[in-house]
Ligand binder design. Structure first.
Ligand SMILES: *Cc1c(COP(=O)(O)O)cnc(C)c1O
Length: 429
């Protein structure tokens, strides 16, 4: 007997997201909202920790990629520290349970107040980015009679071959100091009794998809470490920064392989006996996040078809700011996922032409009310959002093995305007 014939092709499953199907998830909250997979984040952390096994290595999550407390708690639970660039990030990290000793403080514009607060908290290390900051650190640590541990951020002058706005390791960028300048800092380190300068740091850029620029920067950093050691300067930590790229466009972006990256670090730093610090941000969280949004309406002219969705550039800035690509899918079951494709420009409600999330994207036919998933939204998504156009900040949800929890509720109008007031109490100067 012949096998039973199916008259229709198998109905595809809905997209699973850490044990929940996205279509159901989309019905749990008002859209737009962010959802993150706890297991995807845990897997990234575990993979990195596994690759680093046997090394004296510390992973410090770059908080700016996703500073939501519940995300930082996942980091804390996994023994991951924090790379911070402000006292807001310091307080978030501490509140999430990341010990101060596992926090490194980067950034070109640390204020005196921030330096004092970080010293008070006992942060593990200051990544110092200018001579002026080094003097400020000495002065403030001296006032408090403490010793600050510091690393000099080297600008290795390499081209990370990434988007210009996220390249940070070229001489014309504002970050770090030249090796020549750093050499001077070590030469006169004795003058600064309250700063223990025993670390090197670099971070050459973000979304790096090639190993070669990283290798080149590592070689320069390593050569400097060897030179310093020969001159009798003890280096206890080498922080190689973050920057590992991720897949925003499936089948197109080819990230650096973790093993190759770790191997490059090991090779460059062969013989180094101190601690190696890594500061990944995007790598740990980007692909674990999705921005769920609904189609408000479909409109067209003779040139274009637009999907006007309820998420906008204020919720996810990357496409406007960096011309970034995010894979976008229609979330539907069965027929709704038909293969027939239509080219849509996916735009938000904000009054800017730049409020375009994607251009000429092929999707199954869409109608008002349809749910879309914008992938790769776990890093620099919620963290870069604003209330532009007086759109309140949106909710964030954590999904963990078939369950979900609200980790940040959508901002209310009253919360958005809290702190504003009529100009009634004037003061003369
Ligand atoms: C932003 C930043 C990082 C993280 O960059 P990713 O590309 O997200 O890994 C690490 N270190 C410093 C100093 C940074 O400014």
């Amino acid at each position: 007997m012949a096998a039973a014939q199916t008259s229709r092709p198998a109905v595809p499953e809905n997209d699973r997201f850490d044990g929940i199907d996205l279509l159901s998830l989309g019905n749990t909250q008002a859209t737009p909202f962010y959802a993150y997979s706890a297991n995807a984040i845990r897997q990234r952390i575990a993979g990195l920790q596994h690759a680093l096994a046997g090394m004296d290595a510390a992973v410090c999550f770059a908080v700016k990629a996703n500073p939501t407390l519940a995300i930082l708690q996942l980091m804390a639970e996994a023994g991951v520290g924090a790379d911070i660039v402000s006292c807001g990030e310091l307080r978030r990290s501490l509140r999430a349970g990341i010990p101060a000793s596992r926090i490194v403080f980067s950034g070109v514009g640390k204020s005196d107040a921030e330096i004092a607060e970080a010293l008070e908290a006992g942060v593990g290390r200051f990544n110092v980015e200018s001579a002026d900051e080094l003097e400020a650190l000495q002065r403030i640590a001296h006032q408090r009679d403490v010793i600050a541990r510091a690393a000099v951020r080297i600008n290795p002058d390499v081209d990370a071959r990434t988007h210009g706005k996220i390249s940070t390791g070229k001489a014309e960028n504002k970050f770090g100091v030249s090796i020549d300048e750093a050499r001077q800092w070590f030469a006169d380190a004795g003058r600064r009794g309250n700063v223990r300068l025993d670390g090197l740091h670099m971070h050459i850029g973000s979304q790096i998809l090639e190993l070669e620029p990283m290798r080149q920067a590592l070689r320069r950093l390593a050569a400097f470490w060897r030179e310093l050691s020969e001159d009798g300067h003890r280096i206890d930590s080498i922080d190689v920064g973050g920057g590992l790229g991720v897949v925003y466009r499936k089948g197109h972006d080819r990230p650096v392989e973790l093993q190759g990256y770790v191997q490059a670090i090991k090779e460059a730093l062969a013989g180094f006996e101190g601690r190696v610090i890594l500061e990944p941000g995007r790598y740990l969280v980007a692909e674990a996040g999705v921005l769920l949004t609904r189609v408000i309406r479909v409109k067209g002219n003779d040139k274009r078809r637009f999907l006007v969705v309820d998420a906008a550039m204020n919720d996810l800035l990357r496409p406007s700011l960096y011309d970034a690509w995010h894979d976008i899918e229609k979330v539907a079951s069965g027929e709704g996922r038909a293969q027939v494709s239509v080219a849509y420009d996916i735009v938000g409600p904000v009054c800017e032409t730049g409020d375009t999330l994607a251009t000429a994207r092929m999707l199954p036919p869409c109608a008002a009310g349809d749910l879309l998933a914008i992938r790769g939204a776990g890093a620099y998504g919620a963290s870069m959002s604003s209330t532009y156009n007086s759109r309140p900040l949106i909710a964030e949800v954590l999904v963990d093995d078939g369950r979900y929890a609200l980790i940040r509720r959508g901002q209310s109008f009253e919360e958005m305007v809290a702190g504003e007031q009529a100009a009634t109490s004037w003061r003369a100067l």
